[in-house]
Design a protein around this ligand. Sequence first.
Ligand SMILES: Nc1ncnc2c1ncn2[C@@H]1O[C@H](COP(=O)(O)OP(=O)(O)OP(=O)(O)O)[C@@H](O)[C@H]1O
Ligand SMILES: [Mg+2]
Length: 355
Amino acid sequence: MMEARTSFRQSKIFAVAGGKGGVGKSVLAASMGMGLAMLHKQVTLIDADFGGANLHRILGMENIRRSNVQFLRRKVHCLEELAISHPRFNHLKLIRGMNGYLGAANLPYSQKLKMIRHIFRLPADYVILDLGGGTNYHVLDFFCAADAGIVVVTPDPLSILEAYHFIKQAFFRKLTQTFKNQDKVSEIIQHYAHEESHNRHANVNNMMTEIRLTNAALADKIQDFQKRFRPKLLVNHLRKPGEENECMAVMEAAKELLLIDVEYWGAVHDDSTVYDSVKASQPFISYNSKSRASRDLATIIITKMLKKTHLPHHEPKDITKHSNAKQEKICSVHCLYWETCEFKRGGYPCDLLHL
Ligand SMILES: Nc1ncnc2c1ncn2[C@@H]1O[C@H](COP(=O)(O)OP(=O)(O)OP(=O)(O)O)[C@@H](O)[C@H]1O
Ligand SMILES: [Mg+2]
């Protein structure tokens, strides 16, 4: 998968996954894309759920006829041609998916690599992939190719278990591909990859001890790989305070059994506005930007996706002197992100838009 990165590379790729179906991957991916587009970032959303594509519905873009199937069937040679602008927010584009196309479910490996190469070349600031549920190889490969793989989990114990299982599968998929053709070491990795998650004696600690005895130099490289593999955990459907702590069991298990750090990205509350927004065919963040779920996600977009934790000080601009004064983005209580923005500058040009 690593060879997919090319010098054309200009965008940052996020992949939204989660072991269990229905945890909110698609509604979150749609609102992440819309939220970034509202901050004037160029965003392309890709529906990579080959079994249950529905991003076009969530975005109110059912009328688009072209889908990624045309790329997969080689009817269109460039993925970018299939990116269609949102009717109201033209910073946001969608490459829709198509249901009922069996060919995509059996996508040949070479086609998948080609699609990943084209995703890396898309002319956007951010590309967001909405992946299907489960742990099939398509889901894992797109997840592993992204710059940031986001695992959505809910406080439901089954979802917590599935999220850990998903991270384990993704870890071993990427590990296997990164260290293939290494004879004995590849065999050891395969052995541990197929062990049941609940077998505590089959943890990565033991695997590393075996590998180190076989090839110490390769063991060092695998340790570096482990440090770089950092999935993000996003809790959805939070109902009671403290429930997010239960979800953090995923992080503890990943640390103890896989020796990897899972980065906690935050939590989005269970909020009936999300359901209403789906009925209205709009991402919840633009449907009602002041709702609880929207404010939660706005914090995640600003602090995690845009990584705005510290901004340099700069002087307010005197906008009255500029002829294009009306186009200046002024920090305002009407801003989508006002409630959660740590950088509000009341009446001054917006730091987030102007940096
Ligand atoms: N924070 C939330 N509050 C309330 N309802 C939510 C929230 N997040 C998601 N939902 C509801 O859950 C439903 C399923 O969400 P979504 O389709 O995004 O799940 P998914 O993980 O993409 O499912 P699939 O695996 O089938 O693709 C949505 O229709 C939405 O109404
Ligand atoms: Mg979905």
